[in-house]
Design a protein around this ligand. Structure first.
Ligand SMILES: O=c1ccn([C@@H]2O[C@H](COP(=O)(O)O)[C@@H](O)[C@H]2O)c(=O)[nH]1
Length: 278
């Protein structure tokens, strides 16, 4: 069985360093001339899958925008994940789950067990009940070749108050998360399966990302103000491990598939150029 790290490394080598998010905001549905209902959601997602599913390394559906339509919205999420995987994209489901360990085990079954209808290649996770509480997710991912991206330094300004709080050992909360995830990837080649989320908006982090040896998802590009040129400031020597992520910047180019593809090619070229300077 191939690990998620191996699969991601190959996908990025073949398709380029880019993650595109599927965030069907009500405003985007309206801009695309679609109704704000399950039918509109389904058409939006099908258009994105058909336009870019066969050319982007990673696609990141944002679960919240599907959940707001209830069971039928989650049904669209299931079929979107399936279609994306059939098109050869790795699916990173953005659910930011976290809880006590026994409940985390249920989340792991829901998203990282291949027998689940919502099975994805990787998920996002929240470490604020303790990184150790995520162990069942880590174990399930490892058992099935999946990945987990844990929030470390998020792109929103409110995150810093929690993530940069300093603990008794002098490390920030974020550095503790970084260090614990780094341990999981130690010695793994070419890339570990356990990643971190570090926002592209946050500037110089003051944190040591050099030993993570896993993917660094960088949301916040485009709509939130982050730029490919700014990635060097945020990530420094860790730049080669960065997976830049855009949602609204690309989706806003729709609904024409050719325009979605052109926006994807544009941001990919910008990211390639920024990461090539590493
Ligand atoms: O720190 C974080 C973690 C996750 N996100 C998610 O990424 C996308 C960003 O969307 P844009 O339209 O490109 O701003 C969205 O799903 C967020 O929930 C993040 O922005 N920052």
């Amino acid at each position: 069985m191939e690990t998620f790290g191996v699969r991601l490394h190959r996908a990025v080598a073949g398709r380029g360093p880019l993650c595109v998010g599927i965030d069907p905001h009500p405003g985007l549905l309206a801009d695309w001339g679609l109704p704000d209902d399950v039918g509109g959601l389904e058409r939006f997602c099908r258009t994105v899958v058909e336009a870019i599913g066969d050319r982007v390394a990673v696609v990141k559906p944002q679960s919240a925008f599907f959940e707001r339509f209830g069971a039928r919205g989650v049904g669209v999420l299931e079929s979107t994940i399936r279609q994306l995987r059939n098109a050869g994209a790795l699916v990173l489901l953005d659910v930011k789950r976290g809880d006590i360990g026994s409940t985390v085990r249920a989340y792991a079954s829901a998203y990282l067990d291949p027998s689940s209808p919502l099975y994805a290649d990787a998920i996002t996770a929240s470490p604020y009940l303790g990184v150790g509480s995520l162990a069942p997710m880590i174990e399930t991912a490892a058992a099935h070749g999946g990945g987990v991206f844990v929030l470390a330094l998020t792109s929103n300004p409110e995150g810093a108050a929690v993530q940069r709080a300093v603990g008794a050992d002098g490390r920030t909360v974020a550095q503790t998360v970084i260090d614990e995830i780094s341990q999981l990837n130690r010695g793994v080649e070419p890339l570990g399966s356990f990643g971190l989320v570090v926002g592209a908006t946050i500037g110089e982090t003051g944190h040591d990302l050099g030993s993570v040896n896993g993917p660094l998802l960088a949301p916040g590009l485009g709509a939130q103000g982050g730029t490919p040129a700014g990635l060097r400031t945020v990530f420094g020597a860790a730049l080669p491990s960065v997976l830049p992520s855009y949602s609204r910047e690309v989706l806003g180019a729709g609904p024409e598939p050719a325009a979605l593809r052109a926006a994807t090619e544009r941001v990919l070229a910008e990211c390639r150029a920024a990461l090539a300077t590493a």
